[in-house]
Design a protein around this ligand. Structure first.
Ligand SMILES: Cc1cc2nc3c(=O)[nH]c(=O)nc-3n(C[C@H](O)[C@H](O)[C@H](O)COP(=O)(O)OP(=O)(O)OC[C@H]3O[C@@H](n4cnc5c(N)ncnc54)[C@H](O)[C@@H]3O)c2cc1C
Length: 461
């Protein structure tokens, strides 16, 4: 099989040495068993992706697409006897169209690079997952990645105007284009965004750029009481008349994790939690007025202090701190379970309070952080020191069931941005009606009748 792949792609584009394959046996998800693939191939063009899929479809060989491997749902973890198709060498900027405010890229481009190119031209790419410096845009599209600017700009699907995709049969198709509107038939762009590499391999992406905001400020707001902090969020959103670009939350344990990872501290480290607001405006005066008004409201809502960062360096420092939480967890507490539940914003305080209660009941450690402005909290259970693996697994299982039950009661969903992958598939039917799940399965069959593309992902066995 490997010989055939080498004949198709050239020896320089195929890896089969077990030591080199290890890196491709896992992503960043904790608690999911790694699986060494048969080989990893590195196509450099759409035509090569097409050749691989045609070949695999004829032989019924399972294919696992992979971007940068930063996924948190084990979507890129190989299934048994599979070939990983790594898109990392398809990393060209195809076109920057300043007048139409679009950028066309290959899937292996790192998201942060797109942000930088846009910024150099006075424009803005609004997709901003905390992993923007390490994740690929193809992975962002496949997961419909969210991040810290979703309240104002939406998740990745809001920025994708067009796609080139290779179907499991090897056919190359394009959906959408550069237009902002398009109702010519079904919206297949949106179907593919978030399809977790189960319907086709994305080989080109047309992204929408927007004007870069002229003035930005970040407010760092410590609170003594977590519920007080969380209750502010729906009030700010519905009553302040201002739509912040971000509202993020980190509890004390999360800040301590980031602090340890970066060896830096933030103001009021003893606070039970911090909220981070990012405000954007067209002038310095209006921005100042908005952050003063918001700051006063937050003080009335029991904030301990409001720190305003309006220089780029100060703002970057706060964001670097916030974005280091997940990295700290992965580095210092490898046995953890990072969840991604999402609820309507006003229900989020109840969700977070319940998460602490669940952890207490099952003797687990927990930290909570995330994108509270859009109701998406990364409840993260940690294995306490001294707990056996068996007890951890059993307690975690029960804790997750409780967490999901309360999420359903609060009209929420299983995953807001990390995806289902392997990690969450057994819980899917708690959140989807039978008919919905059946429709999704028939879509999968329609695109991939031989089930070669990322088999075993999303759908419960
Ligand atoms: C520290 C850290 C912080 C994070 N913060 C965020 C965050 O704020 N918001 C957020 O949404 N996520 C976040 N993530 C999760 C992760 O970075 C995202 O899910 C990201 O979109 C994955 O991109 P990737 O290139 O690493 O994809 P991979 O992990 O390689 O793959 C993810 C999925 O996409 C599929 N795939 C990849 N490329 C293609 C392609 N070209 N065509 C079809 N399918 C493809 C794979 O099969 C897999 O199912 C974070 C992860 C880490 C480690």
């Amino acid at each position: 099989m490997v010989d055939e792949l080498i004949r198709l792609l050239g020896v320089e584009n195929v890896k089969f040495d077990p030591e080199e394959l290890e890196k491709y046996s896992h992503d960043e998800t904790s608690g999911v068993e790694a699986q060494i693939p048969l080989a990893v191939v590195f196509p450099t063009s759409t035509e090569q992706v097409s050749m691989i899929l045609r070949w695999a479809n004829e032989r019924r060989v399972p294919i696992v697409p992979r971007g940068a491997g930063t996924g948190l749902s084990a979507g890129a973890v190989p299934t048994k006897d599979s070939i990983v198709v790594s898109l990392e060498r398809m990393n060209r900027i195809v076109e920057f169209d300043e007048e139409n405010m679009t950028i066309t890229v290959e899937p292996g481009v790192i998201t942060g690079e797109i942000q930088k190119i846009a910024e150099e031209h006075g424009l803005f790419y609004a997709g901003d997952p905390a992993s923007s410096e390490s994740s690929s845009i193809g992975g962002n599209v496949a997961e419909n990645a969210g991040g810290v600017k979703v309240i104002k700009y939406g998740p990745t699907s809001f920025h994708v105007l067009g796609l080139e995709v290779v179907l499991p049969t090897g056919e190359i198709v394009t959906f959408g284009g550069k237009t902002l509107k398009n109702v010519t038939g079904y919206d297949l762009v949106r179907l593919f965004v978030g399809s977790e590499g189960t319907l086709g391999i994305v080989t080109k992406i047309i992204l929408r750029l927007v004007p870069k905001s002229k003035c930005t400020a970040v407010l760092l707001v410590p609170f003594r009481d977590i519920e007080d902090a969380l209750l502010c969020v729906p009030k700010v959103l519905s009553q302040s008349g201002v739509l912040p670009a971000s509202i993020e939350f980190m509890d004390k344990a999360s800040s301590e994790m980031a602090s340890r990872f970066l060896n830096e501290s933030i103001p009021n480290p003893e606070a039970e939690c911090h909220l981070i607001f990012e405000l954007e405006s067209t002038s310095k005066q209006s921005l100042t007025r908005e952050y003063i008004e918001l700051g006063e409201k937050l003080m009335q809502m029991k904030a301990l202090e409001v720190y305003i960062a309006d220089s780029r360096t100060q703002r970057m420092k706060i964001w670097r701190f916030r974005k280091a939480i997940a990295e700290g967890i992965i580095a210092f507490r490898p046995t953890h379970c990072m969840e991604d539940v999402v609820v309507p914003t006003a229900n989020m305080p109840k969700l977070v309070v319940s998460a602490y209660d669940i952890a207490r009941r099952f003797d687990l450690e927990v930290l909570n952080f995330g994108h509270v402005g859009d109701g998406n909290v990364h409840v993260t259970f940690l294995k306490p020191d001294g707990m056996s693996d068996d007890v951890w697994k059993r307690s975690l299982e029960k804790a997750l069931e409780e967490l999901y039950k309360i999420t359903v009661q609060l009209e929420g969903n299983l995953t807001g941005e990390h995806g289902v992958g392997l990690k969450r598939k057994k819980y899917l039917s708690m959140f989807l009606q039978e008919k919905e799940l059946a429709l999704m399965r028939s879509i999968k069959r329609l695109f991939d009748p031989n089930n070669i593309l990322n088999p075993g992902k999303i759908f419960p066995d």
